[in-house]
Ligand binder design. Structure first.
Ligand SMILES: Nc1ncnc2c1ncn2[C@@H]1O[C@H](COP(=O)(O)OP(=O)(O)O)[C@@H](O)[C@H]1O
Ligand SMILES: [Mg+2]
Length: 240
């Protein structure tokens, strides 16, 4: 089982988009998939409610809610047998986001980033929080970036690239900016499940992300320590 948490303190960068598209993609490949939602806004949970019954199922847990009357937290948080991927969506901001616990509960942290200068700088700060507060490297967690709505290469993006390189954090996917993501979100689908032929190229994004995750599973199974563990935590970040 691989536990993937989607995190970035910045709102609107695509956490729910990544969590829901990845969950439906994994389910459609025939893997047992669970989707945990820690955001009180419940966007992932709403997406799952809208998901048509005939689509491959995803087991949803509204983790931000208290357990239903008469049940325990352990029961609410249970993961069905044969689950291969556990994907966790998290809220924006620092208040409701328990970085330390979410990192501790995961194997891989996926960080969606928008290409604006403001987003890039706040993401660099967030990566520092993951490393220092979340002790992500010390706990042998793997961090990776997914760049979202990237149309043009900006100078800020190049600075982020250098910062990520210095930390050996890979960019494992690029999400196109397209209406398909809005349409899919409304219907409880992933973009790869849309009928429009123009959405087909977007399926490739999720294929790539899943391939990368599977390589992580193999690496973890083989007990290989990432070379980047030996690196010190950079304190510089992209210069302003
Ligand atoms: N690549 C994209 N193309 C088009 N719309 C997108 C894309 N990524 C996100 N959106 C839309 O932007 C809004 C914010 O994305 P969301 O995934 O909810 O961010 P977060 O969960 O980080 O707050 C949503 O309405 C979502 O459908
Ligand atoms: Mg969200």
């Amino acid at each position: 089982m691989l536990r993937v948490v989607v995190m970035n303190a910045k709102g609107g960068c695509g956490k729910t988009t990544v969590a829901t598209n990845l969950a439906s993609f994994c389910a459609c490949q025939g893997y047992g998939t669970a989707l945990f939602d820690y955001d009180v806004q419940g966007s992932s949970s709403r997406w799952l409610k809208a998901r048509p019954a005939q689509r491959p199922p995803v087991h949803g847990v509204a983790a931000w809610q208290p357990p239903a009357a008469g049940t325990t937290r352990a029961w609410q948080m249970r993961i069905p047998e044969h689950t291969r991927y556990v994907i966790t969506d998290t809220p924006a901001g620092h208040a409701g986001l328990d970085i330390e616990d979410r990192v501790a509960d995961s194997d891989v942290v996926l960080i969606p980033v928008l290409p604006s200068s403001i987003d890039i700088h706040s993401t660099a700060d967030f990566i520092r929080d993951l490393l220092l507060e979340g002790k992500a490297r010390a706990r042998n967690k793997t961090l990776a970036i997914i760049s979202n709505r990237t149309r043009i290469r900006t100078r800020a993006l190049e600075k982020l690239d250098r910062f990520l390189n210095s930390l050996e954090i890979p960019v494992i996917g690029q999400i196109r900016d397209t209406q398909h993501y809005l349409n899919a979100a409304e219907q409880g689908l992933g973009v790869h499940e849309l009928k429009e032929s123009s959405a087909r190229q977007d399926a490739h994004t999720w294929e790539q992300v899943l391939e990368w995750l599977q390589a992580q599973e193999e690496r973890r199974g083989a007990g290989v320590t990432p070379a980047s563990l030996a690196l010190p935590v950079a304190t510089g970040g992209p210069s302003h």
